[in-house]
Write a protein that binds this ligand. Sequence first.
Ligand code: KG4
Ligand code: ZN
Length: 357
Amino acid sequence: MVILGIETSCDETAAALVKDGTKILSNIVASSLSLHAKTGGIIPENAAREQLKFIIPVIEESFQKARLKENEIDAIAVTQGPGLIGSLLVGVETAKTLSYAWNKPLIPVNHLLGHIYANFLDTAILPEFPFIALIVSGGHTDLLYVKGHGQYEWLGGTRDDAAGEAFDKTARLLGLPYPGGPEIAKLAEKGNPKAFKLPRPMMEGKNYDFSFSGLKTAVSALVKNWGDSEERSQRVAAARSRARTHVEKPSWQDPNSIEDLAASIQEAIIEVLVAKTTRAARDREVEEIVLGGGVAANKLLRERMQKAFYGQVFAPKPSLATDNGAVIASTAHFLKEKAKNPKEQWKTLEANPNLHF
Ligand code: KG4
Ligand code: ZN
């Protein structure tokens, strides 16, 4: 069974063809990241306008790459939400039109579940139920107890900023480009994670909730003492160019080291994520933890989680951790029996920016 997956919830315009939920035939992602890097973040209007331009060429390319024709697919899957309304509309309306024109069933998909199903694609070993899933993306931080396909219990999530947002916002305070996660991770390789004491809110709490906004406040207070913005941007530029080479950070004790602060930020976020996720896994007595979302591309997070957990930790390939159409097609494949009226969705489906669990 081949499903076309369409994803436009945030800044990517993506389409993929996936066989039997696990085999990627094509996976095309057009990102407007360079556009957003210029503005330091996503401007929803700009994102949707770009997606409108790219959606048809991206879908066409997904068919060309897979060497398939539209009559050779079995269904269409599309991200219904959550996400930016203008962006979601581009994908949903395109999918509805194609479903009608090609006479193919349409399966709406919760984007967040897509991040979990990234672990079912192009892999020799599939996760086995039950497991604890940690979804960590730019907009979400959620812990789920997953008992089977479509059977899950939401355990908790962030009360304010998402984990990816914490990376993005603290990176911005340091003067680093968007998206901040990979930038901080790169600089952190040469930094001392113990250099700065940053808050780890709610880490010891009994619940499964998170809070990351205090981190932003703490970093903001720190960098205020780091000279004027010109001085700061020179430091950041020097640290970024060091990060691209084998040059070590200055050996002299620099109380304002960008690398040290990046490492301390990463450490604070990861420590909380690992503590809560492994506790949920112990409480529910599961043997597996499954990571998903853009932050799951973080190497240290994967390593730390595995080190702290007695069972197996799954994480998608970095290219599948961030938004793409293949994970949407895979989710639709595994949840197709639960999909409501796939033959009627071309008439009724509505984008839902606030879709949750
Ligand atoms: O899942 P995703 O592509 O989009 C959303 O649905 O939000 O996640 C994007 C987020 C951004 O916040 C980005 O900074 C973060 O994932 N990210 C990372 C890394 N790569 C991407 N965060 C930490 N370390 C990384 N290597
Ligand atoms: Zn996402």
